[in-house]
Design a binder for this molecule. Structure first.
Ligand SMILES: CC(C)(COP(=O)(O)OP(=O)(O)OC[C@H]1O[C@@H](n2cnc3c(N)ncnc32)[C@H](O)[C@@H]1OP(=O)(O)O)[C@@H](O)C(=O)NCCC(=O)NCCS
Length: 167
């Protein structure tokens, strides 16, 4: 067995981070659908229509993490007309804790600055300790809580914490 402790490894340069390309549409959507299938970290749940979702992805505002020729994560910045960007991100389960999330978020912040956004914001489920720690590490602060906001497929209503980073 490899001597690894997920979540406690130093970041390693096993992957690169770059803007999404046309050929990434399906693979990045497959990673997204797998994370949706966990029904835990992101708002989307199955079923994800891979073809439709891949076709509608706005590649201009998506950054991917790639290991070899495999997409292992992505972050999307949804630019509002009011100058802020809303981010959403996923890292494939087997790639978590190795720095891909940090690299993606750093790239998204750089992208947002280059595109003149004044702020990044996001929603995160309160139980998502890994994501909240990642966002705090980059300076995001909690701005509020939406109570019983997301209805899950199970019928449960989950709160969401709103976080923001002025740029
Ligand atoms: C949240 C997520 C994107 C983080 O990606 P990642 O590649 O694991 O992140 P990193 O390896 O760069 O770790 C970043 C930081 O998160 C924190 N972290 C990572 N795993 C953690 C864990 N299991 N528990 C607590 N904190 C954790 C640490 O602060 C870490 O920084 P450090 O290594 O400098 O201490 C990833 O867990 C994921 O895709 N989860 C499912 C989807 C999701 O929740 N998306 C976000 C929705 S808001």
């Amino acid at each position: 067995m490899a001597d690894v402790t997920p979540g406690h490894e130093p970041a390693r340069a096993e992957f690169e981070v770059r803007p999404a390309e046309e050929d990434d549409r399906i693979p990045l959507t497959i990673v997204f659908a797998a994370v949706a299938g966990e029904r835990d970290g992101i708002a989307s749940e199955p079923p994800v229509d891979i073809e439709a979702s891949a076709a509608s992805a706005d590649l201009d505002s998506i950054i991917v993490a790639v290991a070899g020729n495999q997409i292992v994560g992505s972050i999307g910045i949804d630019r509002s007309r009011y100058g802020f960007g809303e981010i959403g991100m996923v890292v494939a389960r087997e790639w978590r804790g190795r720095g891909a999330g940090s690299a993606l978020l750093a790239a998204a912040i750089e992208w947002a600055r280059e595109h003149g956004l004044h702020k990044l914001s996001l929603s995160v489920f309160p139980h998502n300790a890994a994501a909240i720690a990642l966002y705090r590490k980059f300076g995001f602060v909690e701005e509020g809580r939406r109570v019983r906001h997301y209805r899950r497929a199970s019928g449960e209503l989950w709160d969401a914490i709103e976080m923001g980073l002025p740029l």
